[in-house]
Ligand binder design. Structure first.
Ligand SMILES: C[S@@+](CC[C@H](N)C(=O)[O-])C[C@H]1O[C@@H](n2cnc3c(N)ncnc32)[C@H](O)[C@@H]1O
Length: 506
């Protein structure tokens, strides 16, 4: 059914062409809501809803209108979206609405019955949920919040269209109406990984990391000329912060992709801040999503993990680069360097490692090996450094390959004082491209970041004299069972002291 050509659709389109109706309608609705007794207001709503074929649909339509009528905010949102979309359909213009696009292009279900929809009655939603659970793999719970509804007075026919669609489409088409990826099909470790980003807490920590967040903002705002009218892809958009920076920096359009359910909140935030026309949010694994555009001019992504490479999210950015980035496009950030240094850390090593030698008089030493093997992520006071830092690995995201992220590198650490050396710390810097470059530094000399530093204890203590050089080698590769985890090996040599240890970032 072509809703734009239906009687009410035509009406909405004509109204849009002639008068800006949203504010007056909202004002009148607010006023009526205040002055009319509820029963009378409900009666008015009932009188305006046309009786359709089905009694249930009719009741639902009244409920839906009443819900709208009770909230001027919803009326405003619904009217604006209604007029916008009717107009677009009528004039055959491309829609920014992903669900709509998906429906038209691939005949997936038009995913409007989301968990928080506001234009069908709860009973209708309940019956759809029940229907979908029985008959199709339709992930209603993970559907993003409905951000619009252009069926203010169309609930009967609209509900019918959607129900009809659900009844006639097969399971395979219906499966990913909400997310391009069916989470249930992912390996457990992957489900776990994406679930860890569902909760707002992890995003709060990232947003509050001002070094991190402001580096991205500066890199975009200081290079507005590079963003002007460009199409941007935000790989792993989380709460949408980088997408909104890009939009504010002048991007023509931003495609924001995330697999985690946090994207539902991102959708609300993007709408609330007025970017719904400029940012399209797509849920699913980037690797499973078909962007509505063939190419993008810029990729932004905050993919960095502890020890830079933990999480292996950079693989996804490389995939996006190879598939979507135009020749000569920009990637933010685009250069990475990793550093190592030696530290004096006797007291903390006692607390973390030697602690297990005597726990309330018992020998707990079996824990020593696991405690040693697991690097600590902690803030290290730069006064603990006993050597100069050494840059042991760097790469350019424009050219690096996934394989190139496994490495084995030599290092030389010159002692800055005579001291004991208990551990190595590793950190990274990321550079952003542009005429004004920005560097995000996570070292012990830089302001705090949530990546802190990665500390790896040796199973011996090195006695270093000023200007001594610890020669060594560090290797890192993704774990073969779970590639998001990292296996690290460090070898070292100082005069007659030699050693080697294997660490696992889990
Ligand atoms: C470190 S967070 C960054 C969030 C946000 N960009 C920010 O700066 O606050 C990474 C995000 O990428 C998402 N992500 C990781 N791998 C992904 C993939 N392959 N496809 C889609 N999203 C992915 C995660 O769900 C998570 O929300």
């Amino acid at each position: 059914m072509d809703i734009a050509s239906s009687g009410s659709g035509e009406l909405v389109t004509r109204i849009r062409a002639k008068v800006p109706v949203v504010q007056p309608v909202v004002a009148v609705a607010s006023f009526l809501r205040l002055v009319l007794p509820t029963s009378l207001a409900r009666g008015l709503v009932q009188a305006t809803v046309k009786k359709g074929k089905s009694e249930e649909g009719y009741r639902n339509a009244i409920e839906a209108c009443w819900k709208l009528f009770s909230s001027p905010r919803l009326i405003k949102q619904a009217l604006e979206m209604a007029m916008e979309e009717m107009d677009q359909i009528k004039h055959d213009r491309p829609l920014q609405d992903w669900f709509f696009n998906t429906f038209l292009k691939k005949c997936l279900i038009w995913g409007f019955f989301a968990a928080t929809d506001h234009w069908v009655a709860d009973s209708t939603r309940a019956s759809i949920l029940e229907y979908s659970q029985k008959n199709v793999r339709f992930q209603v719970e993970t559907l993003p919040d409905i951000s619009h509804s252009f069926c203010v007075d169309q609930s009967v026919e609209f509900a019918a269209v959607t129900l009809e669609a659900m009844a006639t489409r097969g399971p395979s088409q219906a499966a990913n109406a909400a997310s391009a990826t069916d989470k249930a099909t992912l390996a457990f470790t992957e489900q776990h990984y994406f679930s860890s980003y569902d909760h707002f807490g992890i995003h709060e920590e990232m947003l509050k990391d001002t070094s991190r967040t402001l580096s991205y903002r500066s890199a975009m705002f200081k290079n507005r000329h590079l963003f002007k009218d460009k199409v941007v892809l935000d790989v792993g958009c989380g709460t949408g912060i980088l997408s909104m920076f890009a939009a504010k920096a002048g991007a023509k359009h931003v495609y924001a992709v995330d697999m985690s359910n946090i994207i539902e909140k991102a959708r609300e935030i993007v709408n609330l801040n007025g970017f719904e026309g400029q940012i399209t949010l797509l849920q699913g694994k980037l690797e499973d999503i078909e962007l509505p555009v063939d190419k993008v001019d810029i990729i932004v992504s905050e993919w960095m993990g502890y020890f830079l490479l933990y999480e292996s999210m950079l693989d996804t950015v490389l995939y996006a680069r190879d598939k979507y980035l135009v020749e000569g496009g920009l990637i933010l950030p685009d250069k990475c360097s990793m550093y190592i240094a030696g530290i004096e850390d006797g007291q903390y090593k006692d607390e973390k490692i030697h602690f297990w030698e005597d726990v309330y008089g018992f020998d707990y030493s079996p824990f020593i090996e696991v405690a040693m093997a697991e690097p600590l992520v902690d803030t290290v006071d730069n006064k603990l450094l006993v050597t100069e830092p050494y840059k042991f690995f760097e790469f350019d995201i424009n050219t690096v390959t996934k394989e190139g992220l496994s490495f084995q590198r030599q290092f030389e650490l010159r002692a800055i004082d005579t001291d004991l050396c208990h551990a190595y710390i590793v950190w990274f810097d990321c550079d952003f491209p542009g005429d004004e470059t920005v560097t995000l530094s996570t070292g012990p000399m830089s302001p705090y970041t949530h990546w802190k530093q990665t500390v790896m204890y040796m199973d011996q203590v090195l006695d270093v004299k000023k200007n001594d050089v610890i020669k060594g080698q560090i290797a890192s590769r993704p774990n073969s069972k779970n590639p998001r985890e990292v296996d690290i090996e460090i070898m070292w040599e100082l005069r007659d002291q030699k050693g080697k240890y294997n660490y696992f970032m889990r």
